[in-house]
Design a protein around this ligand. Structure first.
Ligand SMILES: C[S@@+](CC[C@H](N)C(=O)[O-])C[C@H]1O[C@@H](n2cnc3c(N)ncnc32)[C@H](O)[C@@H]1O
Length: 239
């Protein structure tokens, strides 16, 4: 399924979930029984990886104390493709630019089945993913029929956890939080609740990549868009 097709179907899912919420039905059950809502892909959102490798990682590195581990959260990671893509793109950047900065990725999803796949790190690559992973081949063992295992030098950078990101206090502190293709499944009040909960886990100098709340709302709650047209935000500096 292409991203374009997916965006059509996902709109439908939002309506399904709104209706379920009104019934008070179970959140975990919704995400575990609905295969559409786990749609993901290696290097899915170009703007995420471009922003991360062109600006965000280096800026964070410069703002942080020497030797501190840069902590990244993939919130709503589905089967782990996003978390591994982040680790691969940053490993390449660190090697190329010789930035001396250790980093770690925590990948969280409410769907336990997806977390199990992530821990295993083995995927049947879709045809549309093959070109996206082209420059990252070194991080995969690719067997027949596009069956690919992520190599241990990448899997060891990612820790998986099954949890509901709406529950406060379950996450530690992060320098970068990525929450992509998730808020669209929730109505506005819950989107706001999720953003507030995630912000409680964001370090002062940190960035959040998040879609689904308008610029005006983000500004009102003290978040400033970093790169024009992108979904990277930072807290506005106050005196
Ligand atoms: C469409 S996938 C997006 C995956 C990945 N972020 C990406 O952009 O490719 C949305 C994921 O968010 C997860 N999710 C939704 N609500 C969640 C919650 N409250 N806590 C944790 N995970 C959640 C779903 O289980 C699903 O796997």
């Amino acid at each position: 399924m292409t991203d374009k097709d997916y965006s059509k179907t996902s709109k439908k899912s939002v309506h399904v979930y709104d209706a379920n919420l009104a019934d008070g039905s179970d959140l975990r059950g919704f995400f575990e029984s609905n295969s559409l809502v786990t749609a993901t892909g290696f290097f899915r959102l170009t703007e995420l990886y471009t922003g991360l490798t062109s600006t965000i990682f280096t800026t964070l590195h410069n703002d942080m104390k020497k030797d501190k581990v840069l902590q990244i959260l993939s919130a709503g990671c589905s089967d782990g493709r996003e978390a591994y893509s982040v680790a691969m793109s940053l490993k390449k950047l660190v090697e190329k630019s010789q930035i001396s900065r250790p980093f770690a990725v925590t990948a969280v999803d409410i769907n336990k089945n997806m977390i199990q796949i992530g821990r295993k790190g083995q995927y049947r690559l879709r045809r549309d993913e093959l070109s996206k992973i082209d420059e990252y081949q070194e991080f995969f063992d690719i067997k027949e029929e596009r069956l690919a295992s992520v190599k241990p030098d990448i899997t060891r950078m990612v820790t998986f956890k099954s949890a509901d990101i709406m529950q406060p206090g379950i996450l530690k502190y992060f320098d970068l939080i990525i929450c992509a293709n998730l808020l669209l499944y929730y109505k506005k009040e819950i989107r706001v609740k999720i953003l507030n909960t995630l912000l409680q886990s964001l370090n002062k100098h940190g960035y959040i990549f998040i879609e689904g709340l308008g610029s005006r709302y983000m500004k009102n709650v003290g978040l400033e868009r970093i790169l024009p047209g992108s979904h990277f935000f930072k807290r506005l500096m106050t005196e």
